[in-house]
Every structure is written in C-alpha cells, then in structure tokens.
Design a protein around this ligand. Structure first.
Ligand SMILES: [Zn+2]
Ligand SMILES: [Zn+2]
Length: 119
C-alpha cells in the first residue's frame, strides 16, 4: 500500500475537551498527539492523521483497543458528532490505567453469564 508520509506539522498543545487536563504536544512514540493521555478522548480535527482538515470538531470517544501481532496497541475512537471510526496508535505516556479500563470495560459487563462458559 502506498502511504504518503504527511508533512511534519507542529503539534499544538491543547486542553482536553473531555477531562479538561492541559496536554503538552510533546509525547513519546507518536508524532501527532491526537488524544488525551489522561482520559484517551480525542477530537475530530483530522481527515488524515495530522492534517487538521476536518470541519467536524466533535469529541471522539475511545471505544476499544486494537492489537497487532507485534504487540502494538491502538485506540479505536468513534466520533460523537459524525460517527466516523478512527484508529490511533497509543502514545508512550498514555495512562496505563485508562488503557486497561478500556480493555476491561466489556469484560466487566458481559452480555452473557460468565459462569456458564465451557472450560
Ligand atoms: Zn482528557
Ligand atoms: Zn466527526
């Protein structure tokens, strides 16, 4: 797949629209800080990563984690405004607890009784 590298943009620091924490643009492991490392919520500002072209601007809820075979995690975000789904790599300073909460959430409320599973 031909994926053109988007030009480097100066990432802006921002205040999280979900939890209100001030988020420094600098982060480990990602060039584009696209979600809050505290609550993992994002904002729909990009069409492609880092381009800041979307006019939507609504909050994007973290709804799950995608894992790759090499162990890399990405957060699946769904826009609360237009419903688009985006996958964003986690950053090195995302809160581990927030990531784990995202992973464990469905397990904490299964749609079937766990004690009837065959072992
Ligand atoms: Zn936040
Ligand atoms: Zn949107």
């Amino acid at each position: 797949m031909a994926s053109k590298r988007s030009r480097r943009h100066e990432a802006d620091s921002f205040t999280c629209i979900h939890c209100g924490q001030y988020v420094d643009a600098r982060s480990y492991g990602t060039r584009h800080r696209n979600h809050c490392p505290y609550c993992l919520w994002s904002r729909h500002v990009d069409e492609s990563p880092g381009d800041r072209r979307s006019a939507c601007g609504a909050k994007m809820q973290p709804i799950g984690i995608e894992t790759k075979d090499d162990g890399e995690w990405s957060i699946i975000h769904r826009c609360t405004g237009c419903g688009v789904i985006k996958v964003n790599r986690i950053a090195g300073d995302d809160r581990e607890l927030a990531l784990l909460q995202l992973v464990l959430k469905p397990l904490s409320n299964p749609p079937f009784p766990l004690d009837h599973l065959p072992v």
